[in-house]
Design a protein around this ligand. Structure first.
Ligand code: FEO
Ligand code: CA
Ligand code: CA
Length: 645
């Protein structure tokens, strides 16, 4: 396995097939300040556009509340087709199976092979980021899309396979196709005549799969519990999977989040040498795992390779501008069901990464780097995420949140409690957080700073198990099946939010549910329409004007998933508007905006997912061609008048 020295930022790099390509990574010395909104010390792809001439500049500069939403809500019902408000269009940018390279064969569901899948857009696209090209240019018509592929659905990928018994029936070749369909895609796109096109000849295009070699760095690298037969040093691992949401760093790398690997492994817990640790991370005894990978790949059988699970459930950093660079698992950011990794800055310029652990009763975390971001030398930030402090949140009844540092030999993280090093703290993150008495949450998902105010919003999808005597101020409803959204307010330094402060204020933005059902105790704005309310908030994303967009997770009582636009300031605070409904049994994920706010990229996952097999699907989205399965896809939404969304 050859590692790439990313410090050299070569002007020419090789693509996966050895051909010479002309992708040119950003050079040292190129200012990064365009990525950082100076007022709020916030970082986002959208912030790249704040220097451009567009309608959002004024709002982002602080002249009052964000502009109102200028669309008529769609009605809250789902069909085989997706639906948008009048005056908007959407196009499919790329679907599962579409070629990423010039020589990739056309998609044919009946003739897939692992080799083809490695050169195609993967399955179940989730996290989606747009990075303008050239790097830092703020362009809204040319860039890279970086997109996660979370998990396979073999029963909808292979004709003849049934959901029941798929793990037993799946073939070796089908498993390898699934492994090649997980991970990420990076692709170059540009807009011509209003239409987004993928450039299959681009040297930036890349697939990262469940078998791509990558490096492990930070405190847990080399830990005895990360060593395996294939990797006796515990520093190299094959692949990433269960990539849910993610984030962008100020230096233009992607953070992709491994949301939990238990489904991918098989084995018997009663034989495992570290059983309590496995159970704390929600592993169960299973003969094949959900996807059958362990039947053909011993490393996914934890009876045979007990430490392999410890090499997943990390945050992985990838440089999309260097297709030859090895992805790196950054263990300083802890090991748990990583939902996302959203960056901001401390007042002194250190990078802050907000991290949710998407599981009932799990925690909210924050990483703060030791060193500040170097805004003029990209290479100087190469290993910034290996050194810093991971903290966990305790939400107090007085309306403040304390960030409790997880530092070895501090507090209860001592040898007496089983922690012999910072490497142990990184590996056993959840147990460390338990000992620090952090606040158990209702499944933290989206965790995003507002680019205008710096307030940090946390979407929690819910926790039906929470008992009456387990409620706390930040998770105030027992049997919380509809979820809620919290808001954290960092203190300000010289008028700017300090995301590195030890203590923030917090409050509830809204409790979700049906406003017409008093038992739900929902707290939407009283003017919320019958279409406007939602449940199970999952991905959240700000547009460049500081307006929040919320994707739901799961169909809820109205049997629809959707994307709502939500004001978080001003007189309409807490009033959502339904903007988009994906096709039946699909989920819209991860809205990502061009810097000028005129295009929203949106991932549409698992259309028709509840079918037992391909003969029983309720939608053929987006192709609706006989013999072609429903296909997860990324769409681009634009206004017909070409204005901001
Ligand atoms: Fe993959 Fe927490 O959603
Ligand atoms: Ca999610
Ligand atoms: Ca989701």
């Amino acid at each position: 396995m050859k590692d790439t020295d990313v410090s050299r930022w070569p002007a020419f790099v090789r693509n996966d097939k050895g051909g010479r390509v002309t992708a040119r990574p950003p050079q040292s010395g190129q200012p990064l300040s365009v990525l950082i909104d100076r007022r709020s010390l916030m970082i986002s792809a959208a912030a790249v556009g704040l220097t451009g001439a567009n309608g959002f500049v004024r709002a982002a500069a602080g002249d009052g509340d964000p502009p109102p939403f200028a669309f008529e809500e769609v009605d809250a019902f789902a069909t085989a087709h997706d639906r948008l408000p009048a005056g908007y269009t959407r196009q499919v940018v790329i679907r599962w199976g579409d070629p990423l390279f010039v020589e990739t064969p056309a998609f044919d569901v009946a003739a897939q092979t692992p080799d083809k899948a490695r050169r195609q857009f993967g399955y179940n696209n989730d996290y989606t980021a747009f990075l303008p090209l050239p790097f830092g240019s703020g362009r809204s018509d040319h860039g890279l899309l970086a997109i996660n592929h979370e998990y396979p659905l073999p029963q909808l990928m292979f004709p003849g396979l049934n959901a029941d018994g798929a793990a037993e029936a799946i073939s070796r070749e089908q498993v390898d196709i699934c492994m090649a369909s997980c991970g990420l895609s990076i692709l170059e796109v540009s807009k011509r005549d209003g239409e987004w096109k993928v450039d299959t000849a681009s040297g930036h295009n890349r697939r990262i799969t469940a078998e791509t070699p990558m490096r492990i760095s930070g405190p847990a690298a080399g830990h005895q519990k990360l060593r395996t037969h294939a990797d006796p040093n515990g520093t190299r691992v094959l692949g990433t999977h269960d990539n849910c949401n993610g984030g962008l760093t100020p230096w233009g790398t992607i953070l992709t989040c491994e949301e939990g690997s238990a489904d991918f492994f098989a084995g018997r817990l009663d034989r495992h040498p570290d059983r309590a640790h496995m159970e704390r991370n929600h592993y169960e005894s299973t003969p094949y795992g959900r996807y059958g990978w362990a039947r053909f790949h011993d490393r996914f059988n934890f009876d045979l390779e007990p430490n392999e699970p410890n090499r997943f459930e990390w945050v992985v950093e990838i440089d999309p501008f260097d297709p030859g660079a090895s992805p790196v698992k950054r263990t300083a950011l802890g090991r748990f069901a990583h939902e996302g990794a959203h960056c901001a800055l401390a007042a002194d310029g250190r990078v802050v990464v907000y991290l949710g652990d998407d599981w009932e009763y799990e925690y909210c975390y924050r990483f703060v780097s030791d060193r500040p971001v170097n805004p003029t030398d990209r290479a100087a930030n190469r290993d910034l995420l290996d050194h810093g402090t991971l903290s966990v949140a305790r939400f107090d009844a007085d309306g403040t949140v304390a960030w409790l540092p997880l530092i070895w030999n501090h507090g209860r993280l001592t040898v007496e409690n089983g922690f012999t090093s910072q490497a142990d703290v990184a590996l056993y993150t959840r147990r460390a957080a338990d000992l620090m008495n952090a606040t158990p949450m209702d499944s933290p998902e989206g965790f995003e700073p507002d680019p205008v105010t710096g307030h940090v919003f946390i979407a929690l999808t819910g926790n039906e198990d929470r008992k009456v005597d387990e409620v706390n101020p930040a998770n105030p409803r027992p049997a919380n099946k509809h979820g809620h959204i919290l808001e954290m307010m960092p203190p300000t330094v010289n008028g700017k939010p300090d995301h590195g402060a030890d203590r923030f204020d917090w409050r509830v933005l809204l409790l979700c549910g049906d406003p017409a059902n008093p038992a739900d105790r929902a707290t939407f704005h009283p003017a919320t329409s019958k279409n406007g309310w939602f449940v199970e908030p999952d991905n959240i994303g700000f547009d460049p004007a500081g307006r929040l967009w919320v994707c739901s997770d799961g169909p809820g009582p109205r049997n629809l998933d959707g994307l709502w636009a939500l004001h978080v300031t001003g007189p309409d605070r807490g009033r959502p508007h339904l903007f988009y409904v994906p096709p039946l049994q699909a989920e819209s994920c991860s809205p990502a905006f061009t810097p000028d706010g005129t295009t929203m990229f949106l991932s549409i996952q698992h259309p028709g997912e509840r079918a037992m097999n391909l003969s029983a699907v309720v939608t053929g989205w987006p192709d609706f061609v006989a013999g072609t399965p429903p296909r997860p896809a990324v769409i681009a939404i634009q206004r017909m008048d070409e204005g901001a969304i």
